[in-house]
Design a protein around this ligand. Structure first.
Ligand SMILES: *Cc1c(COP(=O)(O)O)cnc(C)c1O
Length: 234
């Protein structure tokens, strides 16, 4: 694909995704601006990131630290925000802290403490979300809902990392309506805890096939890959 046809394709996909978000926000009486679109560029090239940036997309998500660092380096001239949406191993905490605006996948007290120490050492402040595995799927990372209290308690001691909300990846279902109970549960957990000492606001939920349902249930960040960049081949 030439640069201009890649750009045209991604621009049109982005328009479609933004229209879907706006439609779902309207259904729920919400403002489209209250939903941040994160373009998940994993497996795609730096040229894809540039093409999306040319269409006004500034937030990008990756699920592997090293792959992200390569793309961050290749787009250092652009004012982009990078989100880590995939599982983070504790031994990569130091690298992750310097690279991302927000880490969506904090799911243990150990990881939270390592990130906080790394951020403090490097003199940076970063945002993080607590990832919950609401269906208890063995194949997915994320803490179980009852662990949330312990995670929030640990959060209060953090100096350099600010926990701003919750994230979930529901079981993959053909019918997006079947994901609704998980999105709703995440919102209810957020609402129940938001008046505590940790001001939880963000809800990172919704992907290409179920973003409408997630936005109707209150998503403030949607993580969209396929609908913007096309199918992944690896
Ligand atoms: C890949 C990925 C996405 C994007 O998924 P699509 O179905 O391609 O939109 C969102 N969130 C996470 C955590 C991912 O790993």
């Amino acid at each position: 694909m030439t640069t201009s046809s890649l750009e045209a394709a991604i621009r049109s996909n982005l328009q479609e995704v933004r229209a879907r978000i706006a439609g779902a926000a309207a259904d729920a009486g919400r403002r489209p601006d209250d939903v941040r679109l994160i373009a998940v560029s994993k497996t795609f090239s730096p040229a894809h990131v540039r093409a999306a940036a040319a269409a006004g997309q500034l937030d990008f998500g990756e699920n592997r630290v090293q792959e992200a660092l390569d793309k961050i380096g290749a787009s250092a001239d652009l004012p982009l925000h990078w989100h880590l949406v995939g599982h983070l191993q504790s031994n990569k905490a130091r690298k992750a802290v310097g690279a991302f605006t927000c880490i969506h996948s904090v799911d243990s007290v150990d990881l939270l403490e390592k990130l906080d120490r790394a951020a403090a050492d490097q003199g940076v402040r970063i945002n993080a979300l607590l990832q919950l595995n609401l269906a208890g799927e063995a194949t997915k990372s994320g803490a179980a809902a009852p662990e949330l209290d312990r995670l929030l308690e640990a959060t209060e001691k953090c100096k350099a990392i600010a926990v701003t909300g919750l994230m979930t990846l529901p079981p993959f279902v053909d019918n997006p309506e079947d994901a609704r109970p998980f999105f709703r549960q995440l919102r209810q957990l957020r609402d129940r805890h938001r008046s505590g000492s940790v001001p939880l606001g963000e809800l990172s939920m919704g992907m290409s096939h179920d973003l409408e349902v997630a936005v109707q249930e209150g998503a403030t960040m949607v993580r969209i890959g396929t609908a913007i960049f096309g199918p992944r081949h690896v």
